[in-house]
Design a protein around this ligand. Structure first.
Ligand code: BGC
Length: 463
C-alpha cells in the first residue's frame, strides 16, 4: 500500500525537478537564438538603412559588448538578488531588447536594442548554469552541461530557420522580433521556479531551502544530506578577488580559463554564426541558397554536438580538442584555398561548402562544449565564482572582437587570407593544447584543486 501510494509522489518530484531544469536550460536556447538571429537579417538591414559594413559590425557586436557587461554584473546580482530574480530580470530585458530590435527606427536604436539583448544574455549565461548546478540532482549534473550546449546550438538552428522563412519577404523586423515569443514563455516559466536552495542557505533561510529541496527530491534522507553538504560548502566563503591577489596558483587557473575562452572564440566559429550568408555570397550563391546553407550550418552544429557528448568521458578532453582543432584548421585552410583559387564550377562550390561544414563539425564536437566544461573544472572551490566569471566575461569580449573585425578583414586582406588566418589560429591552439591544457577526465575536482595548489604545471593538474 505504502509503495503504491509513494510512487506517484516520487514521479511528481521527478517531474518538478525536470520542469525546473528544463526552464533553466531554456536560457541556453535564448543564448543560441540571440547568437543566430542576426546573420540572416544583416543584408536586409544594410539595404534599408543604407549603411556601410563597419556599421553592420557594430550592430552585430553591440550584443556581445552588452553580454560582457551583463556577465560582469551577474556574479554580484545572483548573490544579492538571487538566481531566480536575476534570471527574471534577464527574461524581461530579453523581451524588451527583441521588441526594440524589431521596432528600431535607426541603426543607432538597433545598436542600443542589441546592447539590451546582450545584457540579458550575459546575465543569463552566468546565472543559468549556476542555478542548474544547484538544483539538478547529483546523478544528472554532468548531463545537464551537455544539455545546455545542445540548447545553445538548437537556439542557433531555430533562429537560422526562422530567418530563412522570413528572408523570402526580406522582413528583418520579424526575424529579430519573433524571438520575443520564446523569450516571453521563458519569462513565464521562470516565475514558476523555486529559489535555489544553495542561495537560500547563503541567506540563512535554511527552512525554505529544505522545503525547496523536498519539493525537488522528495526523499527526506537525501534532503538532509544535501542540506548538510551545502552547509559544509558554505563554511568556505568565496573570496575570489582576495585569492586572486594573494595566490599565484589561483592566478594560473584564472589565466587558463581566460585563455581557454580566447581559444574558443578565435577558432572563428562565430564568424560563421554571424556572417554565414555573407560567406556563401562570397562563394557565389544567391540569397535563397545562402539562407538554406546557413540552416545546414545550424543543423550540422546541433548534430555534431552529440559526438562530443558521446566521446567526452570516453576519449577525454585533450584527444577531442586535438581532433577538433585539426579538423577546424583543415576546413578553414581549404575554404581559404578555394577562395584564393576562385570558385567557378558547381563542384567547386559544393566542395567549399562541405569544407565549411567540416569546420563546424570540428568546433561542435570539441571546443564548443568542452571549453565550457574545462572552464568550470579547473577552478578551485574557493574561487570558482570569480574564476568562471572571468572566463565567461572573456568569452564575450573575444566574441565581440571576432564579430567586430570580420568584415573589415574581408575588405582589407581579402576572404582567402581571412580564412587562412583563422585556420592558422587553430594550428596554434593545437600547440597550446599540448603545452598547457590539462586532461581532466575521470579526475575529481578535489584532486585537480590539490594539484593546482601544489604548484604542478597546468598540463599536469589532472594527473
Ligand atoms: C560558444 C558560442 C558559439 C556557440 C556555437 C558556444 O559554446 O560559446 O560563442 O556561438 O558555441 O554553437
Amino acid at each position: 500500500m505504502n509503495a503504491l501510494a509513494e510512487k506517484p509522489i516520487a514521479v511528481q518530484h521527478k517531474s518538478t525537478a525536470l520542469f525546473t531544469c528544463a526552464v533553466a536550460a531554456l536560457a541556453g536556447l535564448m543564448f543560441g537564438l540571440d547568437i543566430g538571429v542576426i546573420s540572416g537579417a544583416t543584408q536586409f538591414i544594410q539595404k534599408e538603412f543604407q549603411i556601410a559594413d563597419h556599421m553592420i559590425e557594430w550592430i552585430v557586436s553591440s550584443m556581445m559588448l552588452g553580454a560582457a557587461i551583463g556577465a560582469l554584473g551577474a556574479g554580484w546580482m545572483s548573490a544579492a538578488l538571487g538566481r531566480k530574480r536575476s534570471l527574471i530580470l534577464a527574461g524581461v530585458l530579453f523581451v524588451i531588447g527583441s521588441l526594440l530590435s524589431a521596432a528600431a527606427w535607426s541603426p543607432e536604436t538597433l545598436i542600443a536594442a542589441r546592447l539590451i539583448l546582450g545584457l540579458a544574455i550575459g546575465v543569463a549565461t552566468f546565472t543559468a548554469p549556476l542555478y542548474l548546478a544547484e538544483v539538478a540532482p547529483e546523478q544528472t549534473r554532468g548531463a545537464m552541461i551537455s544539455l545546455y550546449q545542445l540548447m545553445i546550438t538548437t537556439g542557433i538552428l531555430v533562429a537560422f530557420l526562422s530567418d530563412t522563412a522570413f528572408s523570402y519577404s526580406g522582413n528583418w523586423r520579424w526575424m529579430l522580433g519573433i524571438i520575443a515569443i520564446p523569450g516571453f514563455l521563458f519569462l513565464l516559466g521562470l516565475f514558476l521556479l523555486p529559489d535555489s536552495p544553495r542561495w537560500l542557505m547563503m541567506r540563512g533561510r535554511k527552512q525554505e531551502a529544505t522545503a525547496v529541496l523536498h519539493g525537488l527530491r522528495g526523499d527526506a534522507v537525501q534532503v538532509a544530506r544535501e542540506v548538510a553538504d551545502i552547509e559544509e560548502q558554505l563554511k568556505m566563503p568565496q573570496h575570489g578577488w582576495h585569492l586572486f591577489l594573494e595566490n599565484p596558483n589561483f592566478r594560473r587557473s584564472v589565466g587558463l580559463g581566460v585563455l581557454l575562452q580566447v581559444m574558443q572564440q578565435f577558432t572563428g566559429m562565430n564568424v560563421v554564426m554571424y556572417y554565414a550568408p555573407r560567406i556563401f555570397q562570397d562563394m557565389g550563391y544567391a540569397t535563397a541558397a545562402q539562407m538554406w546553407f546557413t540552416a545546414a550550418v545550424g543543423l550540422t552544429n546541433v548534430l555534431a554536438t552529440f559526438i562530443a557528448i558521446g566521446l567526452v568521458d570516453r576519449w577525454g578532453r585533450k584527444p577531442i580538442l586535438y581532433t577538433g582543432f585539426t579538423i577546424m584548421a583543415l576546413g578553414l585552410g581549404l575554404v581559404g584555398t578555394m577562395m584564393h583559387l576562385g570558385i567557378a564550377t558547381h563542384g567547386e562550390q559544393i566542395f567549399t561548402v562541405a569544407m565549411l561544414l567540416l569546420f563546424i563539425v570540428g568546433f561542435a564536437m570539441s571546443a564548443g562544449p568542452l571549453i565550457w566544461t574545462l572552464c568550470s573544472e579547473v577552478q578551485p572551490l574557493k574561487g570558482r565564482d570569480f574564476g568562471i566569471g572571468c572566463s565567461t566575461f572573456t568569452n564575450w569580449i573575444a566574441n565581440m572582437i571576432v564579430g567586430a573585425t570580420f568584415l573589415t578583414l574581408l575588405n582589407g586582406i581579402g576572404n582567402a587570407a581571412t580564412f587562412w588566418l583563422y585556420g592558422g589560429f587553430n594550428l596554434v591552439f593545437l600547440l597550446i593544447t599540448f603545452a598547457l591544457i590539462p586532461e581532466t577526465r575521470n579526475v575529481t575536482l578535489e584532486q585537480i584543486e590539490r594539484n593546482l595548489m601544489a604548484g604542478k604545471p597546468l598540463r599536469e593538474i589532472g594527473r
